[in-house]
Design a protein around this ligand. Structure first.
Ligand SMILES: *Cc1c(COP(=O)(O)O)cnc(C)c1O
Length: 396
């Protein structure tokens, strides 16, 4: 047999982490890495955070799982905290980001179809978006590389150019249910929606009775310097998917919605065996104890500005390698003039620095939100050493 025990869908690298210590990872072979990937924007409190560990340990001893057949004091408390912190009136808990997006898609369709508008099922989504790997969420993405081998796609998605409000407007038709958009595209390469675009989508939704669905699975939970990125646009969505950072490493997500948007999501329409179980709610509770705090978020923004300023100065030394720096908070992209993957591997294997590549030739810099200046210094030292020792021709 030549197939690997883990289905070989990931091109896994040689780093095999076995322990986490705050902002560092230790691998099986004893190497130590500065983790500026955070499990792809998940470990917002870094590794081995005492508050998160204590919450999970305590809940494991008390009650891990029952079922959504029973009342959930744990879920109600966490949902209420999210409601108080956001635009939402109600929450459905999931086990992943893709499931949160699935619920968001169903909620948007049900909004119209529960009112007798069965023809309103289409969501307009945007080029280079990433919404997950289930059939509905790959169908929602324009990226052919995610579709190949899995045809046919689920009908009901139309793709237009990101940040092109006129194209979004022109795409509205009799079947349109709404728009689904990442305010800052993560996998797409830290591409930031303009104020005009986000506010324009909101206005189009208001005008045509459409749902504005935000996918903040990556941009949310403090990553972009506010609890959710939408806050920076002066608008509110009708429906929003969140996950990744919301559990700090525990697999959990949520679909948040206004009361109006959730009008179709009545008893029997949706479900999840694990979704929102007491174990997951303990993890989310521990994250909410830290991240939504005003001072914590101001600090995330300040640290993001410091990293961006230092990166901007640094890239001037390597005009052949780097093009620009962009991002909000600690959701930062370093756009390269060359394919970023070999450079990400070089930083990892030769300089002990973990980052993540993304679309548009971008290296994503996604540190835990709890980094301090010593981590920023260590990051800049490792990055500088990596750039100095990098030979572009090696990668050809
Ligand atoms: C990661 C991600 C998802 C999918 O989340 P999973 O937990 O991997 O299912 C969906 N949308 C966005 C924007 C993401 O970054």
């Amino acid at each position: 047999m030549s197939i690997t025990p883990l289905m070989p869908v990931y091109p896994r690298c040689g780093v095999r982490p076995v322990r986490g210590e705050h902002c560092h990872l230790i691998s099986e072979d004893g190497r130590r890495f500065l983790d500026f990937a955070s499990g792809i924007a998940v470990n917002v409190l870094g590794h081995s955070h005492p508050g998160l560990i204590a919450a999970i340990q305590k809940q494991a001893e008390t009650l891990m799982h029952v079922s959504n057949l029973y009342g959930s004091p744990q879920g109600e408390a966490v949902a209420q905290r999210l409601i108080d912190l956001t635009f939402a009136d109600t929450a459905f808990f999931t086990n992943s980001g893709a499931e949160a997006v699935e619920c968001a898609i169903k909620t948007a369709r049900a909004y119209h179809q529960s009112a007798g508008n069965d023809h309103k099922f289409e969501l307009i989504t945007f080029n280079n978006a990433f919404h997950g790997r289930t059939m509905a969420t790959i169908s929602a993405s324009s990226q052919d590389k995610m579709h190949k081998g899995f045809m046919p796609l689920l009908p009901g998605f139309k793709y237009v150019e990101f940040n092109d409000l006129e194209a979004a407007k022109a795409a509205i038709g009799p079947n349109t249910a709404g728009f689904m958009v990442e305010p800052i595209q993560g996998e797409g390469g830290i591409r930031i929606a303009t104020d005009e675009f986000m506010q324009g989508l909101r206005a189009l939704c208001d005008e045509h009775d459409l749902m504005l669905v935000l996918d903040e699975v990556q941009s949310g939970v403090g990553r972009a310097g506010t609890f959710y990125a939408y806050e920076q646009y002066g608008i509110e969505p009708d429906i929003m998917a969140t996950a990744k950072g919301i559990g700090g490493g525990f697999p959990v997500g949520a679909c948040l919605a206004t009361e109006k948007a959730a009008r179709g999501m009545v008893a029997g329409t949706h479900g999840s065996t694990y979704g929102g179980n007491p174990f997951a709610m303990a993890a989310v509770g521990a994250i909410l104890d830290v991240v939504p705090d005003g001072e914590f978020l101001a600090d995330v923004r300040a640290k993001g500005e410091r990293i961006k300023a230092r990166l901007e100065q640094f890239i001037g030394n390597y005009p052949d390698l780097f093009e620009l720096v962009r991002g909000r908070g600690l959701f930062i992209g370093l756009k390269m003039k060359v394919e970023p993957r070999p450079f990400v591997a070089h930083m990892r294997d030769n300089h002990g620095l973990l980052t993540v590549s993304a679309g548009d030739n971008v290296v994503r810099v996604l540190p835990p939100l709890v980094i301090d200046d010593s981590h920023i210094d260590e990051f800049m030292e490792k990055l500088s050493a990596a750039a100095a020792s990098y030979k572009i021709e090696e990668t050809a």
